[in-house]
Design a binder for this molecule. Sequence first.
Ligand SMILES: NC(=O)c1ccc[n+]([C@@H]2O[C@H](COP(=O)([O-])OP(=O)(O)OC[C@H]3O[C@@H](n4cnc5c(N)ncnc54)[C@H](O)[C@@H]3O)[C@@H](O)[C@H]2O)c1
Length: 361
Amino acid sequence: MVETIHVTMEQLKQVAFDTLVSFGFSEEEARHGAEVLYASDVRGVDSHGVARLEFYENMLAKGMINKEAKLTVLSETPAMAYLDAQNGLGIVMAPQAMDVCIEKAKKSGIGMVSVVNGGHFGIAGYYALKAVKEDMIGFCVANSAPVMAAFGGRGTVLGNSPVSIAFPQGADGRDCVMLDMACSSVAYGKIQIADRKNEKLPIGWGVDEEGVDTEDPQDLLSRPGSLLPFGGAKGYCLGVLLEMMAAVLPGANTGVDVGWIKTEGMKENLGYLFIAIDVKQLRPMADIEKDIEYYTTKLKSTQPAKGNNEVFLPGEIEHKNVKKREKEGVDLNINVAKDLLRLAKQYGRLGEEATIEDLFK
Ligand SMILES: NC(=O)c1ccc[n+]([C@@H]2O[C@H](COP(=O)([O-])OP(=O)(O)OC[C@H]3O[C@@H](n4cnc5c(N)ncnc54)[C@H](O)[C@@H]3O)[C@@H](O)[C@H]2O)c1
């Protein structure tokens, strides 16, 4: 049985904000970061929410993240911008870059932003959803630390290219259809979660250093094993092309040149590609909404396969999590809560005697 502590989503967001401020970020920067972490936790992507604060602190302590970074424009056209995130904290810099992209789309119908010197930016879905809030299609991809093997190969040689595509909501506030995934069979964070829970990995998630299937999280966490691409060669090919769009385009690091927790002191220098499409400038929103409704209603009325109860639209499970968690809160893994408490003590927000309950007061 995994030990947990029950907290509200607002308490979790506050702890994320306070932690980022204690790291030395301004309130505005901390708000960006806390929003990204909140979006992850509330959607049920526990691997990329507040659980990541310890990882970010680790990289800050190693000098891999530039706390003074400011998003700067290297070149731009009315629809495009080439930006430098100066190796700042990804969850602080990337939201600002997506805001630039959306502003371009408002003026030109489509906005495209390519970013160099980026850091780990949390869940890709957060950025695509920012566009959806403006009735735009959002597309977002980043490259990542080298966590994945090439199809048929061994060793961690390429990133898993987290990617998200979100389509604007239909009428009457229905949830948007959205994809948010990485090109590995699972995110690296899910290996860490399995390890925290002392669980074995399902076959197909990862391989050991010889490229042989493994069930042991430690083969990937402390030994040179790798995640596998999803869907065999197709997931691998998609991952390569997405890493090229995210990172080769802006001249960011790729594959084994990306710095991460397993490399001392190397900067990440990731790349991002954001696209926002203002669909209203193409067709009337009411017509598009009608077509969204027609299409998604047909999909939702699919007869479930034998043994299955329901067919979900892309993103639907996460939207359900949002509704549930916003109302009921979340059972936070006790080890994550302990890490957050340790950070609060280390950065002087709480005294040595403080308990986890004090953290969420
Ligand atoms: N920043 C990074 O470096 C990084 C790296 C990897 C992953 N991530 C993030 O981690 C998160 C998890 O990634 P993942 O690859 O493990 O995703 P996942 O495997 O949990 O889910 C991927 C997608 O599948 C859809 N889905 C799942 N089950 C479904 C069902 N039964 N019916 C219909 N659709 C369904 C979900 O809506 C989602 O869009 C994502 O938010 C991703 O952006 C970030």
